[in-house]
Write a protein that binds this ligand. Structure first.
Ligand code: NAD
Ligand code: TYD
Length: 361
């Protein structure tokens, strides 16, 4: 398969891992459209900066004219939509950007893609795919003994972030049902790995631990997330793109349910072994329980049976192997961390955690 594809949000965490792998594997030309918000970082893409199979375009998925131009110029066989505002806590502080990009932006992207797709000849129309990358958070929160989310679980988003992603999923579904657009939707659990912005739990804890700062645990730390190594997510997306059935939804998960406190303690143990504190104490001493997140979802868990059974995808990494790779990556890439934690980042961390009574910046 050698394809020209448009990827949106390819300078962010998951998108950059996807784009890098696409180019490394020689799968074809990637046109990478990204607005470069605080979460977008061209440093993630230095390895392929001058690669002939990677074209970076600075722009917004809400800019239909730009999209029409790119689609006409590059004639992609697929569009993979990663672009989004993605952080729950930011959506609680300011939901507007989430509505703008995740809902209105996805709508404009769909409109541009629909116009392009309508103009293709029959064979190209049949081959084309629009893959929408979404989240398990659209399904809401599970009780302790509830079965994991399947693709038919009802939508019950609880945060402005998950509500905006749910809205985008519904638009994607409607464009298939109404216009026949050949869409695929993936709903994935929490990712972790290289290039993860240190506002999210795992990279935040690694960063704060090394900086001697508190490791903030919301509430009692017993909330559960299902963790998947980012490269496994990217492999699943490639698999769905290649063999997924048009109009279908695929849940992607790592079968790795962990309480937040357990994740943080694992990170502390790993750092204690790899980069011991100078005073000989454990990083776990930095754990601090802080005020809970508003409307905090208790538990997410993905039932990834369908994608395994129908498409043959399974994660390669266990939590233990994935977290080891992740910690090693952060220890080896402290320059990257320094660069992304300057400026705006400090402002965010100060504002967000000060409300919880923690001085962090
Ligand atoms: P991220 O915040 O790290 O990256 C988002 C990227 O999108 C950034 O590069 C940003 O500059 C870009 N972007 C934002 N608004 C844009 C716009 N209007 N036009 C063009 N580009 C724009 O996010 P991520 O963690 O890499 O998540 C990628 C996708 O995967 C999102 O759709 C998210 O909902 C979904 N997802 C994430 C996770 C996770 O654990 N991180 C899990 C499941 C699904
Ligand atoms: P996060 O990485 O923000 O992902 P999401 O909210 O999309 O699941 O948070 C993961 C879990 O960790 C979530 O239950 C909230 C919790 N959390 C903390 O306890 N402390 C923190 O400082 C952060 C950022 C998150």
């Amino acid at each position: 398969m050698n394809q020209t594809i448009i990827v949106t949000g390819g300078a962010g965490f998951i998108g950059s891992n996807f784009v890098l792998e696409w180019v490394r594997q020689g799968l074809g030309h990637v046109i990478n459209l990204d607005k470069l918000t605080y979460a977008g970082n061209l440093e993630n893409l230095v390895e392929i900066q001058h690669h002939p199979q990677h074209t970076f375009v600075h722009g917004d998925i809400g800019n239909q004219a730009l999209l029409a131009e790119l689609l006409a110029k590059y004639q992609p066989t697929a569009v993979v939509n990663f672009a989004a505002e993605s952080h729950v806590d930011r959506s609680i502080h300011g939901p507007e950007d989430f509505i703008q990009t995740n809902v209105v932006g996805t709508f404009h992207l769909l409109e541009a893609v629909r116009a392009y797709w309508n103009g293709l000849d029959q064979a190209d129309k049949q081959a084309f795919r629009f893959l929408h990358v979404s989240t398990d958070e659209v399904y809401g929160s599970l009780g302790k003994n509830d079965p994991a989310f399947t693709e038919t679980h009802k939508y019950e988003p609880n945060s402005p972030y998950s509500a905006s992603k749910a809205a985008s999923d519904h638009l994607v579904r409607a464009y298939h049902h109404t216009y026949g657009l050949p869409v695929l939707t993936t709903n994935c659990s929490n990712n972790y790995g290289p290039h993860h912005f240190p506002e999210k739990l795992i990279p935040l804890v690694i960063h704060n631990a090394l900086a001697g700062k508190p490791l903030p645990i919301y509430g009692n730390g017993q909330q559960i997330r299902d963790w998947l190594y980012v490269e496994d997510h990217c492999a699943a997306i490639r698999c769905v793109l290649k063999t997924g059935k048009i109009g279908e939804v695929y849940n992607i998960g790592g079968w790795n349910e962990k309480q937040n406190i357990e994740v943080v303690r694992t990170l502390c143990r790993m750092l204690d072994a790899k980069k011991p504190r100078e005073d000989g104490k454990s990083y776990a001493d930095q754990i601090t329980f802080v005020e809970d997140r508003l409307g905090h979802d208790q538990r997410y868990a993905i039932d990834a049976t369908k994608i395994a059974r129908e498409l043959g995808w399974k994660p390669v990494e266990t939590f233990e192997t994935g977290i080891e790779k992740t910690v090693t990556w952060y220890l080896n890439n402290q320059d990257w961390v320094q660069n992304v934690t300057s400026g705006d980042y400090r402002h965010w961390v100060q504002k967000h955690y000060a409300e919880r009574g923690e001085e962090m910046a």
